[in-house]
Design a protein around this ligand. Structure first.
Ligand code: NAD
Length: 302
């Protein structure tokens, strides 16, 4: 199989590397030429433009920061639309706004071109391991056509509905994930303030009903170690929450719990934490509680 990838950042770079390791022929394009050269060093082919990539590779994956950049990549002077063919298939893995994705799909369909949305979940580690969750929106036969390709990078690949459905569930999933991380952060910070050992708290939570991906993975690897290595920025999480909140607003439904969590994320964002890993939301909570959630410490008060 041959696939072109546009967007070689934290997620796209790892997806491209994984595909190369699986023996897939990979073409690459990114405005960051260092990222391009790193992939060329692993065997990928550099494209001069999105149009050039689409003219050489039948499948094109976009993994870009937001839907507006996807639109620019499609419609720009040397954009994808100049290179895509009727038998090409655009696979958009960006976390995007479903209504705009539907508009882009309609624009492509009017030219006889094909597109599905296939956002991913699991973070950089699962992208490296090829164990991402992939949620696909679009026509069933397009889904079946790309399933073998997607199985190189994902473990749970689910067709959720028509175009935009993948982007819809992705935003909802991240709303849950963001809220769970924030709620776990508050509980952990309060526990530390009350004199509990954070490692022991996690031992209990992870064998009890408070367990989540945040308590099981993010706290031990990112927070207790004070690692906070950037894999998924806080900026991108705030973008995802905005998408989810706007979807609720369009449907005229309240989101009480998620709204409270969203305010906390926006506070961290306006305090300059946007370029940090999203787990920096815990630092925001720590500042309010005046504690640090650190391995092997009972209660470190700053
Ligand atoms: P990133 O910022 O690390 O990477 C984005 C890449 O796009 C960069 O390499 C950048 O140079 C490139 N880019 C930006 N504008 C471009 C343009 N006009 N033309 C070509 N390349 C351009 O972001 P990421 O963390 O890799 O996330 C990418 C997408 O995947 C986002 O929509 C994000 O919400 C989603 N996502 C990320 C993760 C994660 O853990 N990082 C997990 C799930 C979903």
């Amino acid at each position: 199989m041959r696939v072109g990838i546009i967007g070689l950042g934290n997620m796209g770079g790892r997806i491209a590397t994984r595909l190369l390791k699986q023996g897939v022929e990979v073409g690459v394009f990114d405005v960051n030429k260092d990222f391009v050269q790193a992939l060329v060093g692993l065997g990928a082919t550099e494209a001069e433009s999105p149009a050039d990539l689409a003219s050489k590779f039948p499948y094109v994956i976009t993994v870009l920061p937001n839907v507006f950049i996807v639109k620019e990549i499609l419609t720009g002077q040397e954009g994808l639309m100049k290179g895509l063919r009727p038998n090409s298939l655009l696979i958009d893995m960006t976390t995007s706004i479903p209504s705009v994705t539907k508009e882009l799909h309609a624009m492509l369909a009017a030219e006889g071109l094909r597109m599905i949305d296939a956002p991913v979940s699991g973070g950089v580690k699962k992208a490296e391991d090829g164990t991402l969750s992939i949620m696909v929106g679009g026509e069933e036969d397009h889904f079946e056509e790309v399933k073998p390709l997607l199985s190189h990078i994902g473990q749970n690949i689910i067709h959720v509905g028509e175009i935009g459905a993948g982007h819809t569930i992705k935003a909802l999933n991240n709303m849950i994930s963001a809220t769970t991380l924030a709620a776990t952060g508050e509980a952990m910070a309060l526990g530390v303030k009350l004199g509990l050992d954070p490692s022991k708290m996690l031992d209990v939570i992870n064998s009890s009903t408070g367990r989540s991906f945040s308590s099981d993975f993010k706290f031990p690897t990112q927070v207790l170690t004070r690692n906070f290595e950037v894999g998924f920025t806080l900026d991108l999480m705030v973008k995802d929450l905005k998408i989810a909140m706007n979807m609720a607003e369009e449907e005229k439904v309240p989101m009480f719990i998620s709204s409270a969590s969203f305010q906390l994320w926006k506070q961290a964002w306006s305090n300059g934490k946007g370029n940090e890993d999203h787990t920096a939301i815990v630092k925001q909570i720590e500042e309010m509680f005046d504690v640090e959630i650190r391995e092997k410490s009972i209660s470190v008060t700053r």
